[in-house]
Write a protein that binds this ligand. Sequence first.
Ligand code: WT7
Length: 666
Amino acid sequence: MSAPSSAIESVLVENRVFPPSEATQKAARVAGMAAYEALCAEAEKDYEAYWARLARENVVWSKPFTQILDESNAPFYRWFADGELNASANCLDKHMGTAVEHKTAIIFEADDGQVTKVSYRELLNRVAQFANGLKAQGIKKGDRVLIYMPMTIEGVVAMQACARIGATHSVVFGGFSAKAVQERIVDVGASAVITANYQMRGGKELPLKAIVDDALQMGGCEHVGHVFVFERTATATHMVAGRDMTFAQLLDGQSTDCPPVAVDAEHPLFILYTSGSTGKPKGVQHSTGGYMLWAKQTVEWTFDMQPTDVFWCTADIGWITGHTYVAYGPLAAGATQIVFEGVPTFPHAGRFWQMIERHGCTVFYTAPTAIRSLIKAAETDEKVHPKNWNLSSLRILGSVGEPINPEAWMWYYRNVGGERCPIVDTFWQTENGGHMITPLPGATPLVPGSCTLPLPGITAAIVDETGNDLPNGAGGMLVVKRPWPSMIRNIWGDPERFKKSYFPEELGGKTYLAGDGAVRSEDRGYFRITGRIDDVLNVSGHRMGTMEIESALVSKTDLVAEAAVVGRPDDMTGEAICAFVVLKRPMPTDPEEAKALATELRNWVAKEIGPIAKPKDIRFGENLPKTRSGKIMRRLLRSIAKGEAITQDTSTLENPAILDQLSKTN
Ligand code: WT7
């Protein structure tokens, strides 16, 4: 829980302010700062009554709740615990018989540009039929189902179908390796896996089913009785008799009528793995009731979702953003949304802008890393600059996943939003379920690089290491003082780690510790996130534990004796992974040999975790900088990784000569 001061120093002063236009403000769901402040005051006056009101208004309960917040077993908070609902019914069934029934739910654009649309009615039929298929195979409430799917309508259908029968899904991003899939299957105790034969990305056909097969062969997966395979492409894939079944076989003869199973509000809707600073990835367990409340409410507040909007969140369903703002929130809000299978640079780096024009997208939500790479592409090739497309349908832009630098913010504002669209820079985390600190498009005056103010009812604060509030202008640790409905409920199978990671004793055991450093501006009290204060990296908006990558490196036992991983700033990816490696053989003297070894190690990490975890820099050394007690001095490694001169105190260092050596090698 120590906060290196460099991570929380406030260095940036941003003076530009962009208030919403009068027209935007007038038409918005939360119209103006007075409306925002009124909601904050309501939450402050009677916290539980406020959340109960939102829960009644946003969620269809099959059995209404009478309890609101249960703090008796803190920090294992419970919300609306005696209420019952079904998440899928809250996204689909509730729209039947309304104007939304025949509205387009999903506009799917495939990697090759082919477009498929489904209405809410059609989506419900497909989800119900899939749910019946799962039931027929014995999948039932409480079972865990691992989903390893491409971005497709079928991916959303699979998640919704699990929710419909009360099975808890655990989606694993399609870029993770067989080893990562196997670890998650084992940890979550999955009884079935839903996958596709292949996925199409950037014109390439990439295997998914073969990776599942590899994962299942690694052992510990005996509880997996079924693998359901979506045939995304015509290419054949190996099928194991008695275990594997295509979607066509699963759905054959199944009715499109499947009553949703009511579950308790606290029933785990999903478990999503994310990286922590120590150990293996954590299975973040979310609820059904509180989660659905916030998924819908934040779509309506942050994106000001109106009946005519065409929403596009570019996140993959393998991440939390793809859960809350693709699979659940937009559907609960009855919105039309775009789902995109491919990548932003194929067949050219103007794909996003082209798709916005083609589908009349009005609310666009993406990650700073994508924006930065598209800025670079537009600067080198005029033809992919957003000015080549008509983006006048856009009215709101969003950013998520990492801090957006003011330069990228301004470019996005000018070139994509035509200086007309507010940018909502939404801060939140896998553990939060939905937006926490974000501007509201019709209320909050915007400051580039700042996620501005907490949503009403979110008690975000900045404290020092003993939990004392810090004044504006002082950097500290970001915390949330009171529980909120969509918060993480547990780490699957590891309640002790849950308590230690998020509710440390040093802060009293009831305050949620985000793991980020933050500072509030002197003038407005706006929050700016300064980056993680733990050993978690954020590379292109993807979260990775340094320890996970270190474990992967040292598991190459024929080559690696020791490894330390740190992050360094990178213009394109936000942070880049830098690995310091001690080999079990003499240091390579020939640069070609060093290069070959580095490539071998990068590929090894890709195999162990996934290509997103490949270190950008690998530096070899005969040793690592350590204290006399043997602790690796990471702050020194961070300086070396950045190419900085070492100004820190090195008097406790056992082997000072190593610093020179590591600074030289690359
Ligand atoms: C970490 C959470 C839920 C969003 C997807 C990532 C960083 C996220 C912002 C933002 C500054 C941000 C934080 C956070 N982060 N959004 N708008 N400004 N930093 O979810 O993988 O759970 O990562 O992403 O460091 O702790 P995640």
